[in-house]
Design a protein around this ligand. Structure first.
Ligand code: URA
Length: 213
């Protein structure tokens, strides 16, 4: 099934705990998406944004990354501000929003209990992330939102974690013209504690804008 699939099938059974959690959520909320959330955006993109995993009542409910999640409010507003999103983000997958030169995915495609995927789940889902990366012919920058997504990308490229330490605003050369860029995750916790401010997030996007055509 993995081979070169970019997204897992709706009934992906590869992570027993995540499969079980999806089944439970499907029982309680049959109207929610409750499946691996596929990437969203421009297949000709130069920028790939990698989040951690769908939020229970956000992407897992709506079926589009960061859509309906608190973190999505800041992410989509910033994408719009820097010209990567056209249309009005309304926290619904049918809001007509179109991404231009950006694509959003998650390191883990299924919602994890307590928002915390295990190391094993990260590893199991990693081939989908790698296939997504390989399928983007014009890719120049991967923006990792948070240390966990960052480490999953470093692992996907078979690099040593010690050589690529996570740091907000840092750029890492992955070779082949590809840059890994880091930002603190735009989660409610990080913005409430001001670990990440709107200004800090915008500085990252302004740097990205300058690096792209
Ligand atoms: N929603 C997502 O899709 N990904 C995250 O990392 C957080 C919220």
């Amino acid at each position: 099934m993995l081979n070169n699939s970019i997204n897992p099938p709706r009934d992906c059974p590869l992570c027993p705990r995540l499969f079980q959690f999806r089944m439970e959520n499907a029982k309680t909320h049959p109207d929610w998406f409750n499946a691996p959330v596929p990437g969203f955006g421009d297949p000709n993109t130069q920028l790939l944004i990698a989040g951690l995993a769908p939020g229970l009542k956000g992407a897992n409910k709506t079926g589009r990354p960061f859509t309906g999640d608190y973190a999505g409010d800041l992410l989509y507003a910033t994408l719009s501000k820097f010209g990567f999103a056209i249309g009005e983000y309304q926290a619904r997958p049918d809001d007509g929003l179109v991404l231009k030169n950006a694509l959003i995915t998650n390191a883990v495609k299924c919602v994890p209990p307590q928002n915390k995927p295990t190391g094993e789940e990260m590893k199991t889902c990693r081939p989908f992330l790698l296939n997504q990366i390989k399928a983007l012919p014009h890719l120049k920058i991967i923006l990792a939102l948070g240390g966990i997504a960052h480490r999953s990308i470093v692992a996907a490229f078979d690099r040593r974690q010690v050589d690529f330490p996570f740091g907000h605003g840092k750029c890492h050369d992955l070779g082949g013209g590809l840059t890994l860029m880091d930002s603190y995750h735009c989660s409610r916790y990080n913005t409430n504690t001001r670990r990440l401010t709107e200004e800090m997030f915008e500085t990252v996007f302004s740097q990205i804008r300058d690096m792209l055509d």
